[in-house]
Design a protein. Sequence first.
Length: 88
Amino acid sequence: GVDRINQFLDEIGQDHKQFWAAWESEAVNQRLAGSLQLTQLAGIASTPAFVVHGRYKIELTVIDSVDRLFLLLEYLVKEKAPAPASGV
């Protein structure tokens, strides 16, 4: 884990201390926790998966090609996003 990340950091010329300080920061921890919560709420069991407008969930097990995936995502993104719930 850590050794492979440090090796990658060396390859791209990134300072280890700077990276690890950012990685262990409160901001990153909050975003990771938020991402985990959204993943659980969406019922995502495997990745990659896509959620569009909080309404459509696409997992790659139902898509037979990358081209079809992008066609479907483009179509769904162009769909009108649902209005937020009233009183919220």
